[in-house]
Design a protein. Sequence first.
Length: 228
Amino acid sequence: MTLYTLHNIILQTSLTSNSDKDLSFLGWLIAFMVAVAVVFVVGQPLLQLETGKKRASVRQLSDAQIELETLRERAGAERLSLEELEFDRELGIIETQDYEMLKERSRSRLKTLEGAVSERTEELVEGERELKRKARPTQPLNAPAKKQIAEKTAGDTRSKASVKESLKCSECNTPFKPGDKFCTKCKAPLPIICLNCGTEIKDEEAKFCSRCGATFEKRTKNAEEANS
């Protein structure tokens, strides 16, 4: 085999290899473009639907705002009518019987309008909250977060029970209020209790609980201390 023949064989092999690589890359490129097109075709209607819902919600809120302003204007006009009616009565322009009848009708209309204003206001506020909630959806809690919340709730419940039990006189078991120095029943001295964790505070000058770090109220002079 001559050197020229060997050179031709190597060249043909190289061209065939490059051609196969080009075809493989082209195939991947076509597949990627098809996938993008499918995602666009499927996602576009969903995106348009969601956008349409948001626009409808905004339009409904706008209509509700216009209706609310109209109701407020009508209620204001009715109040003005009542004031004018009262003014006419003071000037003697209108008879007492007619005044009472017109006043009752006007008050009835005003009450209806004020009720409608209150109802529309609540609906508008709720609609705005719903729109904000949809714009910023909250992420569902994962299992660890739920567990932490459950543990914290259970801990808070135990702490409250501990504090409630600690706020009882050790001599007669009579409940006492935070800050009391003597029991109102047996006159025994009372401890300082942390209202956050139920721990007894030994140092009367302390400002923070040595266990949980919470601040607590200073003692108040109750009736027994005042008489001593």
